[in-house]
Design a protein around this ligand. Structure first.
Ligand code: GAL
Ligand code: MG
Length: 998
């Protein structure tokens, strides 16, 4: 494009989105020598100077001149955002535009309250880059920017998430060069960059110079697919060259994964070069076996000197629609995906290589095989890593106009962009092309996505048509047609967001015309991911080809408050409007602490399912391409949680086959027996070491403890207290305090106050979104204000039994009994019974909460762990013996909420530092429990982790059960009914206390 309008008019004109930009091209590496030591690139990352001007009227272009006195400019790190470096305030909004309520605007107008950052960098061109055409590449600048070199205007660009290259040659000077960049916070492009994220801007990705030799490989198009036999590789290399072509040659070499040369050809240069070959018995690329070939392109001149050497990794793979299903290398594929924003709590979206490596290793370790680059093309390095580690990608164009067509949840597209508007067409196509041109050679990219939540219309349809025409080897994805089915043809895949399992099933059962994926599902906000299995169970339908969890990482930023650092969410910076904690939906917390939800993902996404039984194990290998020979299997027998036998096996199952193996489990006749088999890596891999556990399976032969009193206690029937005692213990049951007031073992007191009946759990994000508070509020008061209406004392054989009857403060009369049965050996059996009652909302939870002295902060349990688990989220947890502490049990959800629960508990102990404490055992039925440094009400009240009080107590919840946590979405989806505690069904907590010394 060339400029006709005045400079600032480009900002609000959607038809002007680049001036003088070099056409988009592939991201291959190139050097001046074959050994890759002579570089042709020079980084401009590092310290730059900057000035942020909030008043556009005060902005002048003096700073673009090399003689400008910029002493008052501050220092800034590039890449980096203005906001994360203190130059501008933070703001988080979801769908609404950031100027909503401040300025009345319609597209393509730009807010008057815009900000402009003037950046300055001086540089001297490195010797190796001298005397050649010189270019600059900005890998990512938000939202619109202008470039000058030595006072000369160079160019302009939009699209925050794809590279903008400009030629600098005509403006270069010898020695120091003066680069000036003017970055605007808002432009017309802001209307189509309305992603649900922190609104960060600046030069936030790498900036570098590159020089092009006399002949240069400008663009490379590598097609590496498979023939119909799925064994022969078909390679076509289409280079686009610039510069001198005559008397020069190109050597095309292909090295196999083992570095052996498998193909080589030397061709004279021409303007329409194409080199094609076939490779027999090719090692195909997949996430399971990411075998990469290396393609080398050597440009040689008439003197046999290397002019330029380029390399690119090549993965042979064939992705196609076959019989209406997505197939990779001839096999139906299932995406076990996550959505990933580029994020770091310090640097925002300016993520580093270390962050990316951490992310990809985490994904591989959690059996995640796919990523949707929500909602923009990521840094180039991410694609290289996905090729290398084996991750399938939906590469998504930088397009989201959510606030232009959806308001307060309702679809209102009267002024939506881009829609069918001709003035937005070119910029949309440009975004599709910039993504395609850069990423087309990456085997990891299987699907192009046209953007997110931008409704549907002609402009997006054109993007799809463009990509389909350019690249028949991939499919086109767009979910927005679900809001406007007139444009259904835009997408090759039926893709939905947050569709419920039953809705998906309905599609799958009714003659599906397209393969199905959920481009977003399982909203992992706070304590969530309940009912995940209801989705993975859909894999049995061929048209169900997986989904992408929303999302990978919390978007929360560090904030200094009152002398300490905390993770902050929207609104914490007094940014208004804000969508508050909605920025935190990750499987990992913003600081990359792994959340307990990750375990569930790991297990349900595992490609090998392990089903132990009495005699051995059945292995179901859902891998498409690999057998299980790269793994070993550890079989264990557990007796009451203790490992009593263990043996490693090599068991081989072919891909997509199921096989049963006999194992040598010894017979164990006493206690509860568990057969456990785990799948482990036999060799070190790029993401984990040999021995790393990939998946597990358990078969449990339940045998639960039972309370049997052995001798009678000593009884003192006081006026107010019933005293029951024996050697080394004493119990006081109060007639007026409604329960136990003293439990002493070894002379130490364990009761601070009478335990509280509890029907309430600290609300989760999902609870809040689903209106759970309104629906179930009565249960909040039910425990706290229950009153004792009856007390009964009975003498049994070998025990005394005291029963309290509570009436609950509910519109219906409901009586709950709590019975203490105490024997002379110091055992205290507690039974709490909710009888069941019609006409009441289902219960969040039911049991008792004990406030214990803080010294009891160590927890060991034989139950489901090690991560917290719930009725609808326990596939990733196993039965076993685990040790932890009250503090460690708190998952630091951005907004404090229900946490730390373990279900199917058989026994637990809470102890002090000397190992002295209480043991609690199930009485014929397992229970759920948590030990936390906070009470239910403290967690309920706090809005941040740092609002939670430090108190000299720990809180032990002993529960008959708790409802599931849900996760279909966090804005209304209820927990699935099968995971409710129905009010009309009785619930009983039955446990026995006894002294414990570790
Ligand atoms: C989706 C959207 C995501 C995110 C999510 C809610 O509608 O595509 O970007 O906003 O909802 O967390
Ligand atoms: Mg959105």
């Amino acid at each position: 494009m060339t400029a006709t309008k005045p400079r600032l008019a480009w900002l609000s004109d959607p038809t002007v989105f680049e001036i003088n930009r070099v056409p988009a091209h592939s991201d291959h590496q190139f050097f001046a020598s074959k050994d890759q030591t002579k570089k042709l690139t020079q980084s401009l990352n590092g310290t730059w100077r900057v000035h942020l001007e909030p008043d556009l009227a005060l902005q002048d272009l003096a700073f673009t001149k090399p003689d400008f006195d910029h002493q008052h400019f501050k220092y800034i790190q590039v890449p980096g955002h203005l906001q994360t470096q203190g130059f501008d305030g933070h703001k988080y909004v979801n769908t609404q535009y950031p100027w909503d309520g401040h300025e009345e605007l319609r597209p393509p107008k730009v807010p008057a309250k815009n900000k402009v950052a003037s950046y300055i960098k001086t540089f001297t061109v490195a010797d190796e880059l001298l005397d050649k055409p010189l270019f600059i590449s900005f890998q990512g600048v938000a939202t619109a920017f202008y470039v000058w070199l030595n006072g000369h205007f160079v160019g302009y660009s939009e699209d925050s998430f794809t590279p903008s290259d400009f030629e600098l040659t005509p403006y270069l000077t010898e020695g120091e060069n003066y680069l000036a960049v003017e970055v605007f916070k808002y432009s017309s492009a802001s209307w189509i960059e309305d992603q649900d994220f922190w609104r960060l801007n600046g030069i936030f990705r790498d900036v570098f110079l590159y020089a092009t030799p006399t002949t240069h490989l400008f663009d490379l198009n590598v097609s590496a697919t498979l023939d119909d036999d799925y064994q022969t590789g078909l390679l076509t290399v289409t280079p686009t060259l610039t510069g001198e072509l005559s008397e020069r040659t190109l050597k095309v070499s292909l090295l196999a994964p083992d570095k052996k040369l498998v193909f080589e050809k030397i061709v004279p240069l021409s303007s329409d070069l194409k080199v094609a070959t076939t490779i027999t018995d090719v090692c195909a690329w997949s996430a399971e076996r990411p075998d990469l070939y290396e393609l080398e392109l050597t440009l040689v001149d008439q003197n046999d000197e290397v002019v330029e050497f380029s390399t690119v990794k090549v993965g042979f793979r064939r992705f196609e629609l076959k019989d209406g299903l997505m197939h990779l290398n001839g096999k139906r594929i299932v995406f076990k995906g996550v959505n990933r924003h580029e994020f770091d709590p310090i640097r925002g979206r300016a993520v580093t290589k270390e962050d990316m490596l951490w992310d990809i290793k985490f994904m591989k370790r959690h059996n995640i095989n796919a990523v949707r680059t929500s909602h923009y093309p990521n840094q180039s390095l991410w694609y290289h890593l996905c090729d290398e580690y084996g991750i399938y990608l939906i590469d998504e164009a930088n397009l989201e106009s959510h606030g232009s067509w959806q308001k307060l949840g309702a679809c209102e597209p009267s002024w939506n962009v881009p829609g069918n508007l001709p003035e937005w067409q070119a910029t949309c196509l440009d975004r599709a092309n910039s993504m395609y041109a850069r990423d087309k050679n990456h085997p990891s990219v299987l699907i192009w996505s046209l953007g997110n939540e931008s409704y549907a219309g002609k402009d997006i349809e054109l993007m799809g048509d463009y990509l389909r025409e350019k690249d028949p080897s991939r499919l086109v994805h767009y979910e927005g047609v679900t809001w406007n089915r007139e444009f259904d043809q835009i997408t090759d895949i039926e893709s939905r967001m947050y569709a419920k399992p039953a809705e998906i099933e309905e599609y799958l059962q009714n003659d599906p015309q397209k393969p199905y994926i959920s481009c977003e599902y399982m909203h992992a906000m706070g304590n969530s991911l309940g009912g995940f299995k209801l989705y993975t169970d859909l894999e049995k339908y061929p048209h169900y080809q997986g989904g992408f969890i929303w999302d990978y990482i919390d978007q929360a930023l560090y904030q200094e408050v009152d002398g300490h650092k905390r993770l902050a969410y929207g609104g914490d910076f007094y940014d208004r409007p804000s969508d508050y904690e909605f920025c935190g939906n990750g499987l990992v917390f913003a600081d990359r602490t792994v959340s307990p939800k990750a375990k569930e993902v790991k297990e349900l996404y595992a490609n090998v399912k392990l089903l132990p039984d009495q005699t051995g194990v059945t292995l179901k290998n859902d891998n498409l391409f690999i057998d299980t020979s790269d793994y070993f299997f550890t079989a264990k027998v557990l007796q009451d949680g203790h490992v009593v036998w263990q043996k490693d096996y090599r068991l081989n199952v072919l891909p997509q086959e199921t096989k049963h193996f006999e194992l040598d489990y010894p017979e164990v006749t006493e206690g509860e027996v568990i057969h456990e088999v785990t799948q482990r890596l036999a060799h070190d891999t790029t993401y984990a070491q040999a021995g790393f556990e990939v998946a597990f399976g358990q078969a449990v032969y339940p045998k639960l403890p039972k309370f049997v009193p052995t001798k009678a206690p000593k009884v003192v029937l006081g006026d107010v207290n019933i005293g029951l005692s024996g050697e080394n213990f004493e119990v006081l049951l109060s007639k007026d305090k409604g329960g136990i007031v003293s439990l002493k073992y070894f002379g130490q007191e364990f009761i601070t106050r009478t335990p509280q009946l509890t029907f309430w759990r600290p609300m989760t994000d999902n609870d809040r979104g689903a209106g759970h508070g309104f629906d179930r509020a009565m249960w909040l008061a039910a425990g706290k204000f229950a009153k004792v209406v009856d007390l009964k004392v009975e003498t049994l054989e070998n025990a005394v039994q005291v029963t309290y009857t509570y009436e609950l403060p509910l519109p219906e009369k409901v009586l709950v009994t709590v019975t203490y049965t105490v024997d002379g050996a110091g055992k205290v059996n507690l039974k709490a019974t909710y009888p069941g009652h019609a006409n009441l909302p289902s219960l969040p939870t039911f049991g008792l909460e004990f406030k214990l002295p803080k010294r009891l902060e160590n927890l060991s349990y034989y139950g489901r762990g090690p991560a917290e688990n719930y009725l609808d989220r326990k596939e990733g947890s196993r039965l076993g013996l685990f040790e932890t502490t009250a503090k460690k049990e708190v998952a630091p959800y951005l907004l404090p909420q229900e946490t730390g629960l373990h279900s199917d508990v058989r026994t637990l102990s809470v102890t002090d530092q000397t190992g002295l404490g209480l043991k609690v055992s199930a009485d014929q039925q397992a229970f759920s429990a948590s030990l936390l440094p906070y009470s239910t009400m403290m967690l309920e009240e706090a809005l941040h982790q740092d609002e939670l009080p430090q108190v000299p107590f720990t809180y032990l919840r002993l529960l008959a059960a708790e409802m599931g946590v849900g996760g279909d979405d966090s804005w209304g989806a209820p927990v699935h009914e099968r995971y409710w505690l129905k009010a009309n069904e009785p619930l009983t907590l039955a446990v026995t206390f006894e002294p414990y010394q570790k």
